[in-house]
Ligand binder design. Sequence first.
Ligand code: ADP
Length: 479
Amino acid sequence: MTLWYDPREILIGGQWRRTPATLALDDPSTGEAFGEIARGQASDIDEAVAAAEAARHGVWGRTTAAERGRLMARIGQMILARADDLAQIEARDVGKPLKQAKGDALAMARYMEFYAGAADKIMGETIPYMDGYTVYTLREPHGVTGHIIPWNYPMQILGRSVGAALAMGNTCVVKPAEEACLTALAFARIAEEAGLPPGVLNVVPGLGEEAGAALSSHPGIHHVSFTGSVGVGMLIQAAAARNVVPVTLELGGKSPQLVFEDADLDKALPFLVNAGIQNAGQTCSASSRILVHRSLYAQVVDRMAARYRTLRVGPALADLDVGPLISARQKEIVEGMLALSSDLTVAARGQIVADAPKGGFYVAPTLLADVTPGHRLAQDEIFGPAQVVIPFDDEEDAVAIANGTEFGLVAGVWSENGGRQMRMAKRLRAGQVFLNNYGAGGGVELPFGGVGKSGHGREKGFEALYGFSVLKTVAAHHG
Ligand code: ADP
């Protein structure tokens, strides 16, 4: 892995500088530290917000939508040119198998391309009104947007939120996760090289309870976008409420895939497993519950189990099916959850390869069968490589189980019956429903977000541009 920048620096107002305090950079594949990053403080966030505020009144405020788009297209091209470097950095930093890390780099480039093309296609409306009036709407940027990014898909989540915010003309302050800030810093270097004016993008790594809390509660921020855990999401919404600032929250999930008796199982099987173990299950939209019609239940468990037994877990650079979890803490949490499975059937486990470094944060993927819908492992997010398989009797039962958690992020339906597909799409409580496919983490173009404790607001796709803008109504009386 070659870093072409100093990972201890933060970016404020176009200036790179170090912070007095630092945090260790850990390699999840070995458990060993391999460097340091900055530990930004509330005072750094103050400066970053001030720099972003100044930048929105400077050249960025006069940059046309088409020019913003052109600049973002350039950033996208530069990310593509460095995709292999970025993948290496991410693999080392978060333990993601190399191919999955490369996929994230390509997705970040796609977000830039998508929002580059969309920047000058957001339009207002003219509204018929009383005689003698012309009324129209303008879509304007919020101003300074705060972005609190998690460690599970650092490049994709930064790309989708900063991409949409910049396309709409906002200026951004980014607080990447303390476990995963290297690619956020790389992105900022690339954006700078592409010609993004100073202060438009500011990046302050640091701890959630320090830099993150300072950002979400800052009175100078006009919108906060957060992806992460439900508990922190609540804190962020409460902090933003004190300033009456809108938030977009993308939180957890317990997303089901429903396998009906008429499903094409050969097509479904790879999706059933991959959607659960991708990124070691550390995916908000992971499909952690598989609901199967009773007539197929034993067959689906057997076939999923056969796949589980072939899963290999090891260091990111070995590029196996599953990498380590992000941290010792996360491994402890997931193992603690899995310890609750003593009353369940372990249908199969994957295997940690023999030469995986002993200090790495590895957890063997676990498939759990004979699970009742109310079991804690069928209700709570595990955020590790584990799935539960639950039988159901009919559509009514399937919907009740699928909708029977406090989350509602994604759902998948496997059925060859068109009427059933349509009924399920309407009845499932989720922000996205996939019919005969499942897109955990994917879909740059597809609006994404949750209901219930999965959060609110929509990211990705064109829809995100509305979230990153404010509608102004202009009513002109001209007689
Ligand atoms: P996890 O618990 O899975 O590590 P978090 O939701 O804690 O996920 O982290 C997601 C992001 O939220 C990270 O960037 C983290 O630093 C940040 N964060 C954590 N705690 C807070 C907080 N109290 N206020 C603001 N941001 C926070």
